[in-house]
Design a protein around this ligand. Sequence first.
Ligand code: ATP
Ligand code: MG
Length: 342
Amino acid sequence: MAMIFITHDIGLVAGIADRIMVMQNGVAVEQDVADRVLDHPQHDYTKHLLRAVPHFTAGQSVRAAEEGKPARDPIVTVDDLVVRFPVGKGWLKPKGAIHAVDGVSFDLVPGETLAIVGESGCGKSTTARALLGLNSVTRGRIVAGTGHSKRPVQMVFQDPFASLNPRLNVEALLAEPAIANGQRLDDALRKRMAFLLDRVGLPQDALTRYPHQFSGGQRQRLCIARALMLNPDVVVLDEAVSALDVSVQARVLDLLIDLQKEFGLAYLFISHDMAVVERIAHRIAVMFAGQVVEIGDARLVLSEPQHSYTKRLIAAVPAVERRRQHFTVDMTGAVAGAAPWL
Ligand SMILES: Nc1ncnc2c1ncn2[C@@H]1O[C@H](COP(=O)(O)OP(=O)(O)OP(=O)(O)O)[C@@H](O)[C@H]1O
Ligand SMILES: [Mg+2]
């Protein structure tokens, strides 16, 4: 079978492509066998793309732990969280439940980023949604915020195209969370909008524009500004940079790190991209089949993984250096041993 594989993930491309075509503004600016494009890029845009690829260094370039972890009281405590979804109430399937999250505990201090990594379906988003009160919780305890803030936890989703109402202009979109919270569209609110637009690097005239008039990266900046409108203590970022191409992704990550330092925000950062996690996380929790199988300092988890699943996850990280390698990580034994189904 011949395959056309469209992606912005160059590490992945290096691992599977025979030939590569690089596109910019509707033009194929470069097209050649994979090794030539990757080792001897001709076009400036290709060179730029290759420079922007986040390199995974197995824990050698993580953020300094002390930067985010002063001995402070946690702003989030999750204790033995269990979320089950009922399945098959009708005919055909037996009655039962999916154990989406199965006894997860962690805490988060102000100014800290905890990354959650793990394969698709392991329960990352369900954990995040429980934190926001978007899921009913089967068991466990969640405490978030200082008590001062009415909306201590805010969320930024993966898809900046789907998460903004296309019929509202930016002013209405930014004001929405505050108005839903009982505030009025007054000078103070307008000032806050102007301030945050500026902080996320968008021009003031953006206020009168609509979501379709922005690029993916700009929309994600809007989503970040919107999440900060109510001065949250905690921001949950669920694959928030995954849809962005590498150079935009790098800028949004820098912005997140700056905002975190400025406002002392705690981030729960969900991602499948270990190179991105390495750049932003102070600590990492590895989830597998609804459980946290490993949690600790980012450098330690990435450089000396203890759990066999973490080891396989790190071994499977795509990189530009790894050519024509197919990612046949054998998960069969592990999955059979810990099936989340009942
Ligand atoms: N509303 C729901 N009803 C039934 N099952 C659900 C529901 N939401 C999630 N699940 C199931 O719970 C499990 C965990 O899903 P979750 O969305 O948390 O995974 P994830 O780790 O975020 O995966 P991904 O990396 O693909 O986003 C999956 O088996 C999923 O099918
Ligand atoms: Mg998810």
